[in-house]
Design a protein around this ligand. Structure first.
Ligand code: ADP
Ligand code: MG
Length: 239
């Protein structure tokens, strides 16, 4: 069965970080009493330490794919295998409202039993990177949408060892902040060997970030192309 299959391989040791095979997902459309096919036979792999962007128009099933990878949604058919646990940055609402900025960022470390002083040491440079050091004691309701999003990005980066699943994480940010975070994400990625699946609808963003770009079609979401990005690293995003 698809649902069982989609869970079976989580945590297995593999050469590839993420392997998706023949994924199908439909949603019941109550208005038309019909099934809307969100994902149609989607297959892709992400090698260890590879940065893959999934590019596609709005509504093509990108978030559905990510939610299945994160274990938040069940596929109708197909299998998902992940070598490491996922750490997710959602399109929005990615922070815990009862924790401060700093507590949100260190949350994955706390879950793993890392001591308070070691947590603080680890998250300080990340808070600095996303420009939230002076807001570290603030709660999410006291922040702008962009600041909440930056908190969510810093938290995923703090979660060492996890495969990063990022759903248009910079989509709602202003241009300047976006470029800074793209640059910092690449820096951290190159320093810490992580596998990344990064969803975007921006061709530019995919080209500056990715090793490979997986292009999806509009509904039903299918994979149209899987293209290696020919630019050398390190990359200067502004260039
Ligand atoms: P994207 O992230 O590429 O914009 P989504 O994965 O969010 O696309 O959605 C793909 C399609 O599936 C859309 O047509 C959307 O309306 C539909 N869809 C997504 N989630 C649900 C759901 N929980 N119930 C019904 N339809 C959904
Ligand atoms: Mg989406």
């Amino acid at each position: 069965g698809g649902a069982e299959g989609a869970r079976a391989g989580r945590g297995a040791r593999l050469m590839t970080a993420v392997s998706v095979e023949g994924l199908w997902k439909g949603f019941h459309d109550r208005r038309r009493d019909d099934v809307l096919v969100a994902l149609q036979d989607v297959s892709l792999t992400i090698e260890d330490n590879e940065f893959v962007c999934v590019l596609g128009p709005s509504g093509c099933g990108k978030s559905t794919l990510l939610r299945i990878l994160a274990g938040l949604e069940e596929a109708d058919r197909g299998t998902v295998t992940m070598a490491a646990r996922p750490s997710v940055v959602f399109q929005d609402h990615g922070v815990l409202p009862w924790l401060t900025v700093e507590q949100n960022v260190e949350y994955p470390l706390r879950l793993r039993g890392v001591r308070r002083s070691a947590r603080r040491e680890r998250v300080a440079p990340l808070l600095d990177m996303v420009g939230l050091t002076e807001f570290r004691g603030f709660y999410p309701h006291q922040l702008s949408g962009g600041m909440r999003q930056r908190t969510s990005v810093a938290r995923a980066l703090a979660d060492d060892g996890a495969t990063l699943l990022m759903d248009e994480p910079f989509g709602a940010l202003d241009e300047q902040t976006r470029v800074v975070l793209q640059q910092e994400l690449l820096k951290i990625w190159s320093q810490t060997s992580r596998s990344v699946l990064f969803i975007t609808h921006s061709v530019d963003e995919a080209l500056v970030l990715a090793d490979r770009v997986v292009v999806m079609s509009a509904r039903p979401g299918r994979i149209l192309a899987d293209v290696r990005v020919p630019f050398d690293r390190p990359r200067d995003i502004l260039e």
